[in-house]
Write a protein that binds this ligand. Structure first.
Ligand SMILES: NC(=O)c1ccc[n+]([C@@H]2O[C@H](COP(=O)([O-])OP(=O)(O)OC[C@H]3O[C@@H](n4cnc5c(N)ncnc54)[C@H](OP(=O)(O)O)[C@@H]3O)[C@@H](O)[C@H]2O)c1
Length: 373
């Protein structure tokens, strides 16, 4: 049975990886015979980043469950939500304090696939899981339920790091831009005006690019060091948010946009366009959860949405990304360094440093962990 698992399911690279990273192959085989194998993973149990994050051994089944893939992770991109989840006090509650693996984005090789997944052993894939069952990708081998995930084949022109960097931020940008389409009514694309608050953020980058590709006129905000960069993405007008506290709302009001996309958070620009879409919410703190979950804790946001929905004020939506496979397929057409921006990469054992870099809030593009780097 051990031999048949090794030959049928385990990619040779994974065998090297498992044996070359301090794994005792005898130990691994023993677990294989028992139906599970041990892999190295970053885990957290109770709330409290960074102390909660530790490198540990976890188990994965040797044969995937129905609807599951076993994926040898090659790279995993970090997102603010990873830190926010590690800080979620709910995660310290009895019953929920089991070990969980952070990392939502991944690129890797399918080691074994349940038939329902329509993937095969050896497929090179990229994707995202938003499952709350503890599945994450800061691990050597992930057991991924395809039903809570969005996974596509990785094109050969993208590196592992580039592929892993895309799913969450691309899908967020794509979801947000789609929410603006109905408000861009002028048949001449350039007459449709969009604001992107935070154009140098990982999500803002793709919002600016997607709007530019549609021919819309874009105003975006960033700090001085990112002005040229945000212009290069296609922003027609760039506002330095550091000049004065009211520099952004003043410039946005003068621009008279049809829609505003907010990747920063706060309330300064609410009401300044017929459509306001935020991926953060009223809060500006990066350490706590944002997005549509805030409707539950911020009644003011829920009321704002309701008034917009009833047509009694401008439209307002606080959103979470939609995991549409056809949208993620679009991202596979992006071209390497022209379209994909990597702030920094870190080897697996330096994942804590990768999180520290992300946590600065000063990155330009994605922070990615190379799992077999
Ligand atoms: N709802 C969802 O589905 C969803 C999905 C993804 C992300 N999010 C949330 O969206 C936010 C952004 O995420 P991200 O991954 O794009 O962040 P990120 O890449 O970590 O953002 C870093 C960038 O933000 C810029 N920035 C910081 N403060 C700014 C300000 N006041 N105005 C303009 N730019 C500013 C920084 O530029 P400077 O260094 O030049 O200041 C830096 O380039 C986070 O709160 C995240 O949790 C929500």
């Amino acid at each position: 049975m051990t031999q048949s698992f090794m030959t049928r399911h385990l990619h040779p690279h994974s065998q090297r990886l498992l044996s070359g990273r301090g794994f005792q192959i005898g130990h691994f085989l023993a677990h294989t015979m028992a139906g599970t194998s041990n892999v190295k993973s970053w885990i957290y149990t109770t709330a409290g980043y960074p102390a909660t994050l530790t490198l540990s051994e976890t188990t994965v089944p040797t044969t995937p469950s129905p609807h599951h893939l076993l994926v040898q992770v090659r790279a995993s991109a970090l997102n603010p939500v990873d830190i926010q989840l590690m800080n979620l006090s709910l995660n310290s509650s009895p019953g929920l304090n089991k070990p969980k693996i952070p990392g939502r984005d991944f690129a890797g090789v399918v080691l074994a696939a349940a038939p329902e997944t329509q993937f095969q052993k050896g497929d090179e894939v990229m994707g995202i899981s938003m499952s709350m069952d503890g599945t994450g990708f800061l691990t050597e081998v992930a057991h991924l339920d395809i039903r809570g995930a969005c996974v596509v084949k990785k094109p050969s022109h993208l590196t592992w790091v580039q592929a892993a960097s895309l799913p969450l931020v691309w899908l967020t940008a794509r979801t947000a831009v789609e929410k603006c389409v109905a408000f861009m009514k002028d048949p001449i694309p350039a007459n449709n005006k969009l604001v992107v608050l935070g154009g140098s953020s990982s999500t803002g980058i793709y919002m600016v690019k997607l709007a530019h590709d549609r021919g819309w006129t874009v105003l975006s905000t960033c700090s001085p060091r990112n002005i040229d960069f945000v212009r290069s993405l296609g922003a027609n007008q760039v506002v330095d948010y550091t000049t004065s506290p009211d520099a952004v709302p003043k410039a946005v009001a003068a621009f008279k946009p049809h829609a505003i996309l907010d990747c920063v958070g706060g309330t300064d620009c609410i009401g300044l366009a017929p459509q306001y879409v935020t991926i953060v919410g009223d809060k500006t703190n990066r350490a706590t959860m944002g997005g549509s979950a805030l409707y539950l804790t911020h009644p003011r946001m829920a009321l704002r949405w309701l008034l917009g929905y009833l047509g009694l004020s401008n439209s307002y939506e606080c959103i979470i990304l939609q995991m549409k496979k056809e949208w993620l397929e679009e991202a596979t057409n992006l071209q390497g360094e022209r379209d994909i921006f990597i702030d920094s990469t870190f080897p697996f054992d330096r994942t804590k440093e990768a999180f520290e870099r992300l946590d600065t809030g000063r990155t330009r593009g994605k922070v990615v962990v190379e799992v077999d780097g």
